[in-house]
Ligand binder design. Structure first.
Ligand SMILES: [Cu+2]
Length: 105
């Protein structure tokens, strides 16, 4: 029983290590700080509003559809990518804002 509990603990610890990295992509001057990033399945991207206006980051891509809603300068919202593919990221407030997240296996 003790051994089972220890194995479970080790399994959880191993999984925690495998868990994805976190990458930050800022928004400033109505632009994304990166126009393209490559992440792995399980990674999280933190979209940080470093601007003076609100942004509403979203994607309609098949690999990841999300809508972070409108959020204020200084705030950030996170998305975890759990499927490989190309994710086109846009801002609902500023149609000129665009970037791509390539999610690799
Ligand atoms: Cu915007």
């Amino acid at each position: 029983m003790k051994q089972a509990a220890m194995l479970a603990t080790l399994w959880l610890a191993a999984n925690a290590v495998v868990h994805g990295a976190e990458v930050e992509v800022g928004q400033k001057d109505m632009k994304f700080s990166r126009w393209r990033i490559v992440v792995k399945v399980g990674d999280t991207v933190s979209f940080k509003n470093d601007d003076t206006v609100s942004h509403n980051i979203f994607s309609l891509s098949e690999a990841k559809t999300f809508d972070l809603g409108s959020y204020q300068p200084g705030q950030s919202r996170k998305v975890t990518f759990n499927k490989p593919g190309m994710v086109e990221v846009e801002c609902a407030v500023h149609p000129s804002m665009h970037m791509t997240v390539e999610v690799q296996k």
